[in-house]
Design a protein around this ligand. Structure first.
Ligand code: 0X9
Ligand code: ZN
Length: 325
């Protein structure tokens, strides 16, 4: 069901965005999107993967306001979480289609640029299409082990490789040789370091388990703005419940799921991006990573609701007149 996605399949009434796409299709889509909307979309090469595949970021920008802030969204850190890249494509499509039609979307894009990395782990994603659907890590090899792959979400410099990660190559949560040892995590970290003054919101899209998480995951300590982040995801989860009758758990990563150090959200938070989140999309385990394509639309609309809610709240908070202290 998941790979029966070719556009020529006459049995499928689903649109492009309601199907899963091979890595080649996604690269083609990136190129096509840029050519169709050169007024809004720019493609930025931020680095390449271990197997030398390009890491492209789409920058959505409708104007050049001075001091314009930005939101970052990455998808596909974990190879088998196919609904995640599907969300990044969905988000870009929705932004481009609804900018002129939807007031919230216009408010968001008028006030911030959006950087979208549709597939952070292209080598792993490719591998899930060709060889092992359940692959999670990237595909890097090392001299000291026969096991392949580093968990990119344990490879960032946030209490790196402490409890909740592993220094054993053969595990699913191998942290790598050192923080940012992997070209994929390094490319993202370098880009965010260069843009940390404009990027206000960091979002990382995963599946599954239906959760809206925020830092910290690398320690049980609370962040300085814990209550603010908690309130934001609570509002987002409420909206999802109201519009889609679906329940999302929310809270800090360490308290809501488990200690998991070396994650991109915690690292981005410590870099100074105080609105940092990880979303776990549908479902809660019935299909798990094998979410059927017929569920993509609902899963993505729910996530979109959360993304829009958070972006609007940040715009409201940071554009509110400051008190004259
Ligand atoms: O463990 C993870 O990396 C994420 N869950 S998943 O099932 N998609 O693998 C949760 C990430 C939460 N954030 C951090 N651990 N920093
Ligand atoms: Zn994941």
């Amino acid at each position: 069901m998941q790979t029966r996605n070719v556009s020529t399949d006459p049995r499928s009434g689903a649109t492009f965005y309601e199907r899963y796409h091979s890595l080649e299709d996604i690269y083609f889509w990136i190129n096509r999107t840029q050519h169709e909307r050169p007024d809004i979309v720019k493609v930025i090469l931020i680095g390449s993967s271990y197997e030398k595949r390009p890491l492209y970021v789409l920058k959505l920008s409708v104007n050049n306001r001075p001091n314009k802030k930005a939101m970052w969204i990455d998808c596909g850190i974990h190879a088998r979480e196919w609904v995640s890249p599907a969300f990044c494509l969905w988000f870009v499509h929705h932004s481009l289609s609804f900018y002129n039609l939807n007031e919230d979307m216009r408010n968001i894009l008028d006030n911030m640029d959006v950087y979208v990395l549709p597939v952070m782990n292209p080598d792993g994603y490719k591998y899930t299409w060709t060889t092992n659907r359940m692959w999670r890590k990237n595909r890097s090899a090392s001299r000291s082990s026969n096991c392949i792959g580093v968990d990119l979400n344990r490879n960032f410099d946030a209490n790196w490789c402490t409890e909740g990660a592993s220094d054993e190559h053969c595990t699913e949560i191998y942290c790598g040789a050192f923080p940012e040892s992997e070209p994929e995590s390094q490319a993202v970290a370098n880009f965010l370091r260069r843009h940390k003054d404009v990027v206000q919101i960091y979002l990382s899209i995963h599946s599954y388990s239906q959760m809206l998480l925020f830092p910290y995951s690398c320690t049980l300590d609370e962040t300085e703005n814990h209550n603010e982040l908690l309130e934001m995801v609570q509002i987002a989860a409420q909206k999802i419940r109201r519009y889609y009758k679906n329940n999302y758990k929310y809270g800090s990563g360490a308290k809501t799921i488990y200690l998991a150090p070396g994650g991109s959200d915690d690292w981005a938070y410590n870099l100074g991006i105080k609105y940092s989140f990880t979303f776990e999309l549908q479902d809660r385990g019935r299909y798990g990573f094998l979410l059927p394509p017929s569920h993509i639309s609902r899963a993505c609309n729910e996530a979109l609701t959360a993304v829009k809610t958070i972006a609007l709240l940040v715009i409201e908070k940071t554009q509110a007149p400051t008190s004259p202290l």
